[in-house]
Design a protein. Structure first.
Length: 466
């Protein structure tokens, strides 16, 4: 099985800082490079235009033409470097003057007509030699005796190319150095900034089963960590509550299972010590069956509480007719109720947004409880009352009034108001706890009241949201 590689968040952020710095500086350098290149090209073109205008003015003088024939080196010196080119010639004839110390191949360009003022658009930019650009401009002049002449001047831009190459290298080097520096600084800053997170991780590592009451300290923590700290502390509260409930359930189960098991062991051991009649053994087996049924129901209810999946319950909710559901409960419990001389009245309407099986189990637990403790010749009322927020279901019966101190604990697991009366094969102290769990799964509410001999259990199911 392949191992998952974990990368440092600090290193990731440092690399991101470096890449951003390099990209930003490189983009800025390229923008400045383009601007510098445009300015240098404009400067060189202006120099060529100025030189062409000078030659135009000089060649209008006959004395200048004589100098071309007698002393051409003066014009070569005027160009100033070996990368400049000058050609003065009549169209289609051998040049009167050709200054080309670098033996640069002269391109053929169309000259600007006489009387036309030279501009930047008249300068021609050619690839040149070995990637070095070559700029040239040509103009026509009227020399008098020699007729129309064409002046062509140009220059190989080696100096400009070298300057731009040096600038590009400088931009790359500076961007790289800045990226490395920012990566190192970013690494140190992020490493220092994550100190509170490492402190919280160390604190969380020290929290275990024995100290679940401890909470992470948010004092001095960065604002961005506060939601995580609050969520973690909330989780610790749930875990602590869960461990307390688990411990309570384990204690209660051990207590509840001990009695029926001891009864089974005691009665069976006594029966084995001496011979008994068949009727005695039958009574013993019947008693054992009651205890075993009680154990089976208790384990079934505990498994229900443990296995109920909130997500599954929420997904399977349906819109159920309240009138049909309360009538179903009345029909189902009609027989057990008539056995103890209790009549059932089902009334109400509306829609219940609930998972059908869980709803019916909750109502069945309440109805069974009401029949068990209801007074003979009384009435059990199952009612449904809708409102704007949802629907209220209630189960009411007449019997002994439950003391106020017991009401808040009736929905706790294994809680009994009267231990002596409750200890029977039909009761395991989990019925109302299951009702509470079902209502929690539906995001509903549950309550109980007992006054003047009337005990009333109420369930509230919220309406279906749009």
């Amino acid at each position: 099985m392949s191992r998952t590689r974990h990368y440092s968040l600090t290193l990731r952020l440092a690399l991101i800082f470096a890449l951003l710095a390099f990209a930003l500086l490189a983009t800025l350098g390229v923008a400045l490079y383009r601007e510098l290149e445009r300015e240098l090209i404009k400067r060189d073109d202006a120099a060529l235009i100025y030189r062409a205008d000078q030659l135009r003015n000089l060649l209008n003088d006959s004395n200048t033409l004589d100098l071309i024939k007698t002393k051409p080196e003066l014009f070569q010196n005027m160009l100033g470097n070996s990368e400049s080119v000058l050609s003065i010639a009549a169209p289609g004839q051998t040049p009167l003057l050709l200054v080309n110390p670098g033996n640069i191949e002269m391109p053929t360009v169309t000259p600007v007509p006489r009387g036309h003022e030279l501009g930047f658009s008249d300068v021609h930019h050619l690839p040149g030699v070995n990637g070095v650009p070559f700029a040239t401009v040509a103009a026509s002049i009227d020399s008098g005796d020699l007729g129309s002449l064409q002046v062509t001047t140009g220059r190989l831009m080696t100096e400009r190319t070298a300057m731009l190459a040096s600038y590009r290298l400088s931009v790359f080097v500076l961007a790289t150095i800045a990226a490395i520096i920012l990566a190192l600084v970013g690494y140190l800053l992020v490493h220092r900034g994550l100190v509170p997170l490492r402190r919280l991780a160390k604190h969380a590592q020290g929290i275990g089963v024995g100290n679940l009451a401890e909470r992470l300290d948010s004092h001095g923590a960065p604002k961005e960590l506060l939601p995580m700290i609050d969520s973690f502390n909330t989780m610790l509260e749930r875990l602590a509550k869960g461990f307390v409930q688990l411990g309570q359930v384990s204690t209660d189960m051990a207590h509840e299972l001990r009695t029926p098991i001891n009864n089974l062991l005691g009665e069976t051991q006594v029966a084995l010590q001496q011979h008994r009649s068949i009727e005695s053994y039958q009574q013993l087996l019947a008693s054992n069956v009651e205890e075993l049924e009680r154990l089976a129901r208790m384990l079934d209810n505990m498994l229900f509480l443990a296995r109920t999946d909130p997500a599954s319950a929420l997904r399977q909710r349906q819109e159920l007719s309240a009138a049909d559901e309360v009538e179903r409960m009345a029909d189902y419990f009609e027989g057990p109720a008539s056995d103890v001389d209790i009549s059932i009245l089902a009334q109400g309407d509306g829609v219940i947004w609930a998972e059908p099986m869980l709803l019916r189990r909750a109502l069945a637990n309440l109805c069974a409880n009401a029949i068990k403790y209801g007074a003979p010749s009384s009435e059990l009322v199952i009612a449904a009352v809708p409102n704007a927020e949802g629907i209220n279901l209630s189960v009411s019966n007449r019997g002994e009034t439950i003391a106020a101190e017991h009401l808040p604990r009736l929905f706790e697991r294994f809680y009994r108001v009267d231990e002596s009366r409750e200890r029977s094969a039909q009761s395991n102290g989990l019925g109302l706890s299951i009702v509470a769990t079902i209502m929690q799964l539906h995001n509903g509410r549950y309550s109980v009241s007992s006054e003047a001999g009337v005990t009333r259990f109420e369930l509230f199911f919220p309406r279906r949201e749009a």
